[in-house]
Design a binder for this molecule. Structure first.
Ligand code: FAD
Length: 506
């Protein structure tokens, strides 16, 4: 019998991969309960899929490339967008009931920077919850999948450029698991930021695992800040989906001015444009609100039941009152560099979902392209793994369990220096501080390593493009390319910048 494939993480990426591998044996290792602590659960808007009669993959590609601001990998984007129908069919077969219109066709919503209504949703604005409920049920009913809940993977073990196992903490024990096929599906890195829409425990552990195993990382400087998180004293910050603006809600400041009225696209301009405009209002001491009173009014709770519930909990009636909003870290465009089969640069290691950098998003993600990307790449990884012969087992080198990560000190640095608007001096300060934390090899070393990658990539990008904005380089360069580096290269770049000798390679 084949050794099980290890899938790490139970958001949409991990669940789709595990289900698509059936009947091949899978061990689904996940930090909380299946589907728990996932960004997937919180997804509101839906999944972009060009399935309408007025739409096409070419139009969806055009919008994706425009949002990506010159840095998308066109071929990767074409392949992912072309995979939409298969991915939606897979989700439906596994129990996801997308909303339908009065004629029984799939209902399609509009979101920022999409030229067509193409956002499929479920339960109104509870798409992610619907996906998690259906797929976790399907996993529970699939005998080939063994779920290992409450188990946190802290290191991959690799030898000669190939994965051979992992070390995890589960139920108070250290688990050393041999494995020659590992799929990382650990989601985003919002936990590195004080203000984020992501579950706080997701701080890019998969990126760290892959980097320490020698994998290439790509596009780490591109972090998307969602313009309209609810400005409340909550962590993570709940999101007021773009779809609300898609239905006509407008942004106003404390004086009631529509400060985006003259911006091309207005409230539905690309996310980075809207986030920077809101951040500028807040930086001058102002406040920003979403006004849905005219566009939706009493219809708000019916169209957006989950968001209406969030507002009610915060004491706001969105049908009659303004909703206070602010930007919050939301999505990492970069991560572990993968090809179209979701393979990383390390043999036996795949990455799917938000932790992977496929090249689809370029410098900025088009809204609702991420659930699509996670589902399509999950299917691609499963197909690739299923086509491979079993790898021979290897003796496992000894490995110890690192201590649980300490994030607080890293979060302070990241929130101060790696936000919506960056400066060369701030990036340099963050690199010095983070490099010391990485090399101290204490409990902050793992999150510091992910943050250091963001800072080094951002420092090397001397321009403003997509989600990456620098006050000292406010313009786009005429020629620009994606960046990719291993951890050794990132550390060498950091040392060169700090004028300190490299202490070790990784
Ligand atoms: C509030 C919100 C709204 C969003 N709305 C949309 C939307 O409408 N449309 C859209 O396309 N995208 C949306 N996104 C983005 C999208 O939800 C995510 O990009 C996507 O769900 C990521 O899926 P994933 O499977 O990669 O990761 P996740 O769903 O985040 O799952 C990660 C999994 O990995 C586990 N994990 C992490 N580290 C470890 C470890 N070391 N060991 C074991 N397990 C680990 C976690 O516990 C979790 O199970 C939204 C995101 C947020 C936060």
């Amino acid at each position: 019998m084949s050794a099980p494939v290890i899938v790490i993480g139970s958001g949409i990426g991990g669940l789709v991969t595990a289900l698509a591998l059936a009947p091949r044996r899978v061990a689904l290792v996940t930090k909380a309960a299946p589907g728990g602590e996932t960004s997937t659960f919180w997804a509101q808007g839906g999944i972009a899929a060009a399935l309408g009669d007025d739409d096409s993959a070419a139009l969806h590609l055009e919008d994706t490339l425009a949002a990506g601001d010159g840095l998308c990998d066109r071929q990767a984007a074409e392949a992912i967008i072309a995979g939409a129908a298969e991915a939606i069919g897979f989700l439906q077969r596994h129990g996801v009931a997308f909303d339908r219109d009065g004629d029984g066709r799939l209902a399609r919503g509009l979101e920022a920077a999409h030229a067509r209504r193409r956002i499929l949703h479920a339960g109104g604005d509870a798409t992610g919850a619907a996906v998690i409920c259906a797929l976790t049920r399907a996993v529970a009913e699939t005998p080939s999948i063994t779920v290992m809940p409450d188990t946190e993977v802290r290191r991959l073990i690799a030898a000669d450029g190939a994965v051979c196992g992992l070390v995890a903490a589960g139920n108070g024990e250290t688990l050393t698991i041999p494995a020659s096929r590992v799929v990382i599906a650990t989601g985003g890195l919002g936990g590195l930021y004080e203000i984020s829409t992501n579950p706080p425990g997701n701080f890019g552990q998969g990126v760290m695992l892959a980097a320490r195993a020698g994998a290439l990382l790509a596009d780490m400087e591109f972090i998307q800040f969602h313009p309209t998180a609810l400005a409340a004293d909550l962590r993570p910050l709940p999101l007021i989906s773009e779809a609300v603006r898609g239905e006509g809600a407008v942004l106003v400041n404390e004086k009631g001015e529509r400060f985006l009225a003259a911006t091309p696209g207005g409230e539905l301009a690309p996310r980075d444009v809207v986030a920077r405009a809101i951040a500028a209002q807040i930086a001058r001491g102002g406040r920003v609100y979403l006004d849905a009173r005219q566009a939706l009014g009493r219809g708000f709770p019916a169209r957006f039941p989950a968001i209406a519930g969030i507002c009610t909990k915060a004491g706001i009636n969105p049908a009659e009152e303004l909703i206070p909003v602010r930007p919050a870290e939301h999505y990492a465009m970069g991560g572990i560099a993968v090809d179209q089969r979701a393979r990383t640069s390390v043999t036996g290691l795949w990455a799917v979902g938000e932790c992977a950098a496929t090249g689809l998003h370029g410098a900025n993600r088009l809204a609702s392209n991420s659930l699509l990307e996670a589902a399509v790449t999950g299917l691609a990884a499963a197909r690739d793994i299923a086509g491979l012969a079993d790898a021979p087992g290897r003796p496992l080198p000894s490995a110890c369990l690192p201590r649980p990560a300490r994030i607080g000190i890293v979060r302070d640095i990241v929130s101060r220096e790696l936000g919506v608007l960056r400066t060369g001096a701030g990036l340099r300060r963050s690199i010095e501080a983070l490099l010391a934390l990485v090399e101290a090899e204490e409990a902050a070393s793992d999150p510091a390593l992910v943050a250091l990658s963001i800072a080094v990539f951002a420092h090397r990008r001397e321009e403003s493009r997509g989600a990456h904005a620098r006050s000292d380089f406010p313009l786009k360069k005429p020629h620009s390319a994606r960046q990719a580096m291993t951890l050794s290269q990132t550390l060498a770049a950091a040392h060169a910048l700090c004028h300190t000798p490299c202490r070790r390679s990784a």
